[in-house]
Design a protein around this ligand. Structure first.
Ligand SMILES: [Zn+2]
Length: 50
């Protein structure tokens, strides 16, 4: 089962929910982002330091 959830706010790509698994991330601000943009934001953000 594949249903559209919305569009990524950053790249405007359609984000779907497949078998209950979301193809993206919804932030605290309720903004929808695809995994590509989520990955980029992680890399750009200094908070993910190990
Ligand atoms: Zn995106």
């Amino acid at each position: 089962m594949r249903e559209p959830v919305g569009k990524c706010v950053l790249c405007d790509k359609e984000v779907h929910c497949e078998d209950g698994f979301l193809n993206g991330v919804i932030g605290e601000d309720q903004k929808l982002r695809c995994f590509d943009c989520e990955e980029k934001e992680k890399k750009n953000s200094p908070t993910g330091s190990s």
